[in-house]
Ligand binder design. Sequence first.
Ligand code: PHE
Length: 466
Amino acid sequence: MPRIRQSIHGQWSSRWTFILAATGSAVGLGNIWRFPYLTAENGGGAFVLIYLVCVALIGIPVMMAEILIGRRGRQSPINTMETLAIEAGDNPHWKWVGWFGVLAGFLILSYYSVIGGWTLSYVLYTASNSFTNATADGVGFIFSDLVGSPSTLIAWHSVFMLFAIVVVARGVKGGLEVAVKYMMPALFIMLLIMVAYSTTTGEFVRTLKYLFTFDLDTLEKNTGSIILAAMGQAFFSLSIGMGAIMVYGSYLQRDASIFKASVGIALADTMVALLAGLAIFPIVFAYNMEPNEGAGLIFKTLPIAFGKMPGGTFFGTMFFLLLAFAAWTSAISLIEPAVAWLVENKNLKRRYAASYIGIACWFLGLLTVFSFNDLSDFHPFSFIDPFGDLGKKTIFVLIDSLTSKIMLPLGGIFIAVFAIFIMSREATRDELDLGDGFAYKTWRVLVTIAPITVGIVFLNAIGVLT
Ligand code: PHE
C-alpha cells in the first residue's frame, strides 16, 4: 500500500532537485552567521570538534530517518507521523511530534527573518560604499546604528518575510530550483574568495589553531554548555529535528538513495560552515577584535575586509545578496511543514496558508527586533537566580536557545525512536534500500544510540551528571 502513496503537493522534478532543495534548507544563516559566533562564544576548537562529531554520528543518521519517514508518509510531518503510526498499529498521537516541529519552525523563522533582514540591509551598505576603508570601529558603529533602530529592522524584516511568503506561496519547487542551483555554488565561490583574502591578513595560521586544536582547558570549564551548544548547532545547521527535511523527503521519488543524499547534504553544509570560520577569524585576529562579539560577529568583521580588498564593493554586495538567498532557501523550509498541513487539512490554497503563517511569524519576530534595542535590558528570567546565565538572556537569545538547544534535539529523539521502535524493520529497510547488511545495521545502531546521547547531553548541561 505505501508504495502507491502520492503526495498531493507533487514531487521534485528529479532527485537532484531534492538534494539541491535540502542543501538549500541546510545551508543558510546557520552556517555563516551562527556557526562562527557560537564557535567564538564557546572557545574555539573544542566546540568545532564536538560539532563535527555530532554531525557525523547523530546528524546524518537522524537526517536519514527523517527523510525516510517523510517519503514513506508523503504528507506534512503532522499527518505523516499520524499515518505511519496507525499503519504500524501504534498511537496516532505521534502526530504531536509533527506539531512540535511546526512550533519550532515558527519560532526559528521569527528571528531568522530579522537576521535575514540585517543581511539585506548590508547589501545596500556595501553597494553604497559605506565600508570603503572603514576601520573596525567605523564598521562597528554602522552595525550598532542598524540594530539600534527598530523601524529600520522592522522594514528589512518585512522585506525578508514577504519574499519568503511569495516563494512558499508559489510552491516550493517553482523558483527554488534556480535559486539553489546557481546561487549556492556562487556563494561557495564567494566564500573561497573571502578565505583567500583572509590568508593575506597574516593571522591564518592562528585561525587554524583556534578552530582545529582541541583545547581541553576551555572544555573543562564549561563542558555541559559547550557540548549542548555544539549539538544544537548540528541539528540547527542540518535543518533536522523539526520536519523541514521530512517534508522535503515527502516530495522525493522512490528510486533516490537517502543515504547518499544525506551524506552529500551534510558534507556541503559542513564545508560552508568551516569556510565561513576560516574567512572570519583571521579578520577578527588581525584587527584585534574580541572574538566573542555575539550575534553581530560577521557583520562587524567581513565589511572590514570588503572595505579593503580590491573589488570589495562588488564582492561584498554579491556576498550579502547570496547570503540573503541562502537564508531564504532555509526560511521557506521552516514554514513548509505548517503550510503543507494547512493545505492538506484545511483545504487552504498555498498562498493563503503561506501568508497566514508568514504574517503570524512576522509579529512574533518583533520580539527579536526589540531584543536589540528597546528591550535589550529585558531579561525575562532575571528573577530566577539559580539558573545564573539564563537570567541574563534577551528574548532573542532565549528563543534561539530554546529552539536549537532543546526543541530540535528533542524532536530528533522522537524521530529516532519512531524510526527504530515504531516503524517496522521492513519499512525502514525498504526505504533506505541499503540491503540488510553492515550499512543498514550501522544505521540502526546509530539511530538507536542517538536519543541516549542527546539525553546524556541534556542531563549533563543542566548539571545532573556533574
Ligand atoms: N539549517 C538552516 C541554517 O543553517 C536553518 C534551519 C533550521 C532551517 C531548521 C530549517 C530547519 O541556516
